[in-house]
Write a protein that binds this ligand. Structure first.
Ligand SMILES: Cc1cc2nc3c(=O)[nH]c(=O)nc-3n(C[C@H](O)[C@H](O)[C@H](O)COP(=O)(O)OP(=O)(O)OC[C@H]3O[C@@H](n4cnc5c(N)ncnc54)[C@H](O)[C@@H]3O)c2cc1C
Length: 509
């Protein structure tokens, strides 16, 4: 331990960190600063060049004058982010936190007895020459890698102009660029409203927001909706903007196909029943150049599965990390926070990060405020209750596969059509998604199933009649190499992995 008489020794070269935090989004950023304030010496590793993760993605801080709008444009809880960013800077200056930005952890080995070893690689655009960052050692690890957009295939979904709703939002927040001029936003869940509002603010004509479910689903669990009054206020703000700009929000409505030659020119919009089957005669075509699809998010669970930590299927069908009330996973010394424990939003992620940091501090023998931990646990219980209500109100329609044709590509990387997935089950007796994957190759391409994995596992479950279980989904995300990696980083495996140099390095100028 690096703590003596309540004071933190400055980080020294060659000393393993007390705690490594993977991810600098709402969860990881909160975990890192709270851990440092509790007395732990922290290394924060993040694939992002600057902090904030997905929720607080913002323009390049070193070139803000190149952007028309201020960096907080389109953001909620920005003051909270600025506070976290300021605390992080103070801890970096004091040597309590080392921030390794632009580095992705592609493998994690070890355990609480021997310490954890994180293998990292530089992301595109970051400094690849920092050889000392390739191996980072830490006594404990908080995993906060967040999530990515969940997509469902439909005919035409591979056309340029079809985007994930989160991708559209990322372009708005980081680049202040709108992905099209005339858009339809489709899928399910409150995130569609945030994306549509952002597009309208950027001057895009939003012809419709298509919500697959009926709003009355919220009425089934009204108490859960009331757990997060802040979200209700946010929703009311979107509703006012939609009325002002005359944007129709169509419920029980979906985009069943996208059309165009070489790029999107139209979207087929149809009304559906409660299971998602199209109501005959309701289809119409909208002329658009952007289709933003949002079917929720998929937690980045690879490092959790790789570490052998227990997982479960959450209410929204996602594979998530199992954690105790203080964010400990089933692996000693390993904690998880944010979307990787279940999709619940940024405020929930912050609270989970804080609690994970406090748990790590307690396990390292430090004293923490029991009252703060109790307050966070209560906050998380409310947030989870809201998240369960949100997922129940916004499920992926059971019969979404009825919108597909035989030639609809399920896996766009390996160009595997629906017919090949079905034939692998019916003709070759494949009985789980892993069997289909190794036989017909969906999910074997560049993205390794991150885009098609959810849809593939649902389709196979439907074809085989088997329920989706964690043991069936885990093989789809079990990867010895968690992210694309440079050959030089693989070659370095032959060298003994010395401890990371934790001395502060010059930040970007
Ligand atoms: C594209 C996208 C846009 C979104 N936009 C919004 C929005 O506008 N509003 C909203 O309410 N919700 C949004 N969300 C949902 C959002 O993910 C959460 O609400 C919130 O950001 C979750 O916080 P988090 O800390 O768990 O994860 P994140 O914010 O996702 O942060 C995780 C961080 O971990 C890093 N990371 C991941 N894997 C590794 C690795 N192996 N090594 C190193 N670093 C790694 C990532 O680069 C990222 O910086 C978005 C999600 C996505 C996928």
């Amino acid at each position: 331990m690096s703590v003596a008489d309540g004071a933190v020794e400055p980080a020294a070269a060659g000393v393993p960190a007390d705690l490594a935090v993977i991810g600098a989004g709402p969860a990881g950023l909160s975990a890192a600063v709270v851990a440092a304030e509790a007395g732990l010496r922290v290394v924060l590793v993040d694939a992002g060049i600057q902090t904030g993760g997905q929720y607080w993605r913002h323009p390049d801080e070193w070139h803000l004058d190149a952007f028309a709008e201020p960096e907080h444009t389109g953001h909620h809880h920005w003051a909270r982010y600025r506070g976290l960013r300021e605390r992080l800077r103070r801890h970096i200056d004091a040597g309590r936190i080392v921030h390794r930005a632009g580095r992705q952890v592609w493998r994690m080995d070890g355990d609480a007895r021997s310490g954890f070893l994180l293998r990292t690689t530089a992301v595109a655009g970051a400094d690849a020459a920092a050889v000392d960052d390739r191996a980072i050692r830490a006594e404990r690890v908080v995993l906060a890698p967040g999530a990515y957009d969940r997509q469902l295939p439909v005919p035409g979904w591979t056309l340029p102009g079809v985007m994930a709703a989160g991708g559209v939002q990322a372009m708005l927040k980081a680049d202040q660029v709108a992905a099209g001029r005339r858009a339809v936003v489709a899928g399910t869940g409150p995130f569609l409203l945030a994306v549509a509002a952002g597009l309208v603010r950027a001057g895009v004509e939003v012809v419709a927001v298509c919500e697959a479910n009926a709003l009355s689903r919220w009425a089934v669990t009204p108490l859960r909706a009331l757990q997060e009054p802040g979200k209700l206020v946010e929703g009311a703000g979107y509703a006012a903007a939609f009325v002002r700009h005359r944007i129709p929000v169509r419920t029980r409505t979906v985009v069943t196909a996208v059309t165009g030659e070489g790029r999107v020119t139209g979207a087929t919009i149809a009304r559906v029943d409660s299971a998602g089957r199209v109501r005959p005669g309701t289809e119409r075509t909208a002329d658009v150049d952007l289709v933003a699809f949002g079917w929720g998010f998929t937690p980045q669970i690879e490092l959790v599965v790789g570490a052998g930590a227990e997982t479960r299927i959450d209410v929204d069908g996602s594979l998530v990390a199992v954690v105790d009330v203080d964010q400990r996973t089933s692996v000693t010394g390993l904690y998880a926070a944010g979307e990787v424990t279940g999709i619940g939003g940024a405020v929930q992620s912050c609270a989970e990060g804080e609690l994970a940091a406090l748990a790590a501090a307690v396990d390292a023998g430090l004293a923490i405020s029991a009252a703060t931990a109790r307050r966070l646990r209560r906050r998380l219980a409310r947030g989870r209750s809201f998240a369960v209500g949100m997922h129940r109100a916004s499920p992926v329609p059971e019969q979404w596969a009825t919108w597909l044709r035989d030639d609809t590509l399920v896996c766009r990387c390996e160009e595997v059509p629906l017919s090949a997935v079905r034939a692998t089950v019916t003709d070759l007796a494949a009985d789980d998604a892993r069997d289909v994957r190794v036989t017909a190759r969906p999910g074997m391409g560049m993205c390794q199933g991150r885009v098609c994995g959810f849809a593939l596992s649902c389709l196979v479950a439907h074809e085989t009649g088997r329920t989706r279980r964690a043991v069936d989904v885990e093989p789809l995300v079990r990867r010895p190499i968690g992210t694309p990696v440079r050959v030089a980083d693989l070659a370095a495996l032959a060298e003994p992995a010395g401890p990371a140099d934790l001395s502060p390095r010059k930040e970007r100028s």
